[in-house]
Design a protein around this ligand. Structure first.
Ligand code: ADP
Length: 487
């Protein structure tokens, strides 16, 4: 982590985000957010009520395939601007027509009429200011040559201005930073969230760092403008790439095979053991490995006592287990959640979704055990990332509150922050289907946190983990708000 704060090109990228404050729930106002992910473009407006709650209005359109590979970036960005216009007309008509009328009659645009907008742009960008970022390259099937190297906020602003919309692209938003901001606004207590983490298709984390530690930014001559008054800056770790060069994490043959057959061998090595995109594939490779292993007769039940008369297990030739990415990570959640006798759900899913019929209870248990090991390892590695940030930011040393009765008496409070002095809570916001839906993902994280030197049972109790809902909407709005303050 420290190395990445000093220089470029390190194992953890530690990207400065130019966001220098986290919200505390009292922020108010109406903001807009747009999210260009991969398949869809989302437009929303967010009313922050100032009491940790918000209302969100949103619309979503699929991005036409031809625009993903358009000749010019103008075609894509003018489409995006038109979606913003339609959204304003539909959901903020008064605001919209008032502005248009004034514009037609030559009246000046009122500052308070302008929507500050947070732009979540999930492609690699070299961010050089809170609302400035140069596109490094397209991913996810997009390919528009003239956009590469350009400031994507300016590209969007130009098209918004061409339509005369009262919208200012105030912030370029990374989804992980959005998660941190959203959680900090909505989380109980006012200590501010330390870390936002995503465990979805991919995994990444962003955290609050002391500004004077971000020396690659503070010492750089061309670092752009940012608010230095808080003494802090959110740093986007890009922890998915941890272990790319270190190669310190334990490997299984399945990790090696998954990596070799991936589109980016040797890259995103941490992510490949932790995130939703990969866990199902690790399970699939492990199952295939066992099918080839003569010492382990998986799915070779001739006549299991647990099954009915059609008891010979069959794997259909077109079963997805023979295809790369054939098993979805949601199957691991099914495995972890199925405590029924004989693992009925696991067997049914193998039958229905994976073309493996009449699986015996023993085989279902074997699949379940492998899936559980993969899920548990992912959560324990997630704990390593969380612990690294908690320890390295020194938050555990900064206890201000008093111990609770339970702690004094040496009795364990149930989990997390129960009855903890609010100032002592270290708040972590998380998002993504894996952490949301995998049963007991948080419990596995906690178990590992307790085992990590430097956290321990005491430290683990101070870490509060909570889901940050609608991170890309409300988080982007909050970044637009913070950006607006210094604009
Ligand atoms: P994204 O990260 O792309 O915004 P999500 O947070 O929904 O979207 O994550 C999608 C990933 O989560 C996919 O890799 C999918 O396999 C996985 N996933 C979806 N449902 C579940 C589930 N019930 N349990 C575990 N993983 C899931």
């Amino acid at each position: 982590m420290d190395e990445g704060l000093l220089q470029q090109g390190t194992e953890l990228s530690q990207i400065p985000t130019y966001v220098t404050a986290v919200p505390n729930g009292t922020e108010k106002g109406l903001y807009m957010a747009v999210d260009l992910g991969g398949t869809n473009f989302r437009v929303c407006s967010i009313q922050l009520h100032g009491n940790t709650t918000f209302s969100l209005t949103q619309s979503k359109v699929a991005i036409p395939k031809e625009l993903m590979v358009a000749k010019t970036s103008k075609e894509l960005f003018s489409f995006l601007a038109k979606q913003i216009e339609t959204f304003l007309k539909t959901h903020h008509e008064e605001h919209y027509t008032g502005h248009i009328r004034r514009r037609e009659t030559g009246g000046a645009v009122k500052e308070e009429e302008i929507f500050n907008l947070g732009f979540t742009f999930s492609f690699p960008v070299n961010q050089i200011g809170i609302n400035k970022g140069l596109l490094m390259r397209w991913t996810k099937g997009f390919d528009i040559a003239d956009a590469v190297g350009k400031d994507v906020c300016a590209l969007l602003q130009t098209e918004i201005d061409a339509l005369g919309l009262p919208v200012r692209v105030a912030a370029l938003v990374n989804d992980t930073v959005g998660t941190l901001m959203a959680r900090s606004y909505t989380s109980p207590g006012k200590t501010g969230t330390l870390l936002g983490a995503i465990f979805g298709t991919g995994t990444n984390g962003a955290y609050v760092e002391k500004l004077d530690k971000v020396t690659k930014l503070t010492k750089s001559k061309d670092s752009g403008d940012y608010d230095k008054s808080t003494g802090e800056m959110i740093v986007n770790t890009e922890w998915g790439s941890f272990d790319n060069s270190l190669r310190t994490l334990p490997n299984t043959p399945y990790d090696i095979e998954l990596d070799e057959k991936s589109v980016n061998p040797g890259i995103q090595m941490f992510e490949k053991r932790v995130s939703g995109m990969f866990l199902g594939e690790i399970l699939r490779l492990a199952i295939i490995g066992l099918l080839k292993d003569p010492t382990f007769p998986l799915f070779r039940d001739e006549n299991s006592a647990q099954n009915d008369i059609h008891s010979t297990t069959q794997i259909y030739d077109n079963s997805p287990i023979y295809k790369q990415w054939g098993i979805d990570t949601s199957f691991l959640s099914i495995c972890a959640g199925d405590t029924s006798p004989g693992h009925r759900m696991v067997r049914q899913t193998l039958d229905k979704d994976y073309g493996i019929t009449a699986v015996s209870a023993e085989d279902a248990e074997a699949v379940r055990a492998i899936a559980a090991a993969i899920g548990r390892r992912a959560a324990r590695l997630a704990a390593v990332a969380i612990a690294g940030i908690v320890i390295n930011t020194g938050r555990l040393d900064a206890a201000k509150g008093t111990a609770t009765t339970e702690q004094k008496a040496g009795i364990d409070p149930p989990r997390g922050d129960a009855d903890l002095a609010e100032e002592d809570v270290i708040d972590v916001g998380v998002d993504g289907s894996l952490v949301e839906f995998y049963p007991n993902f948080e419990d596995h994280i906690r178990e590992a946190l307790r085992e990590i030197e430097g956290i321990g049972a005491k430290g683990e109790k101070r870490i509060r983990i909570g889901i940050a809902k609608d991170g890309s909407g409300v988080g982007a709005a909050l970044i637009a708000l913070v950006a607006g303050r210094v604009a």
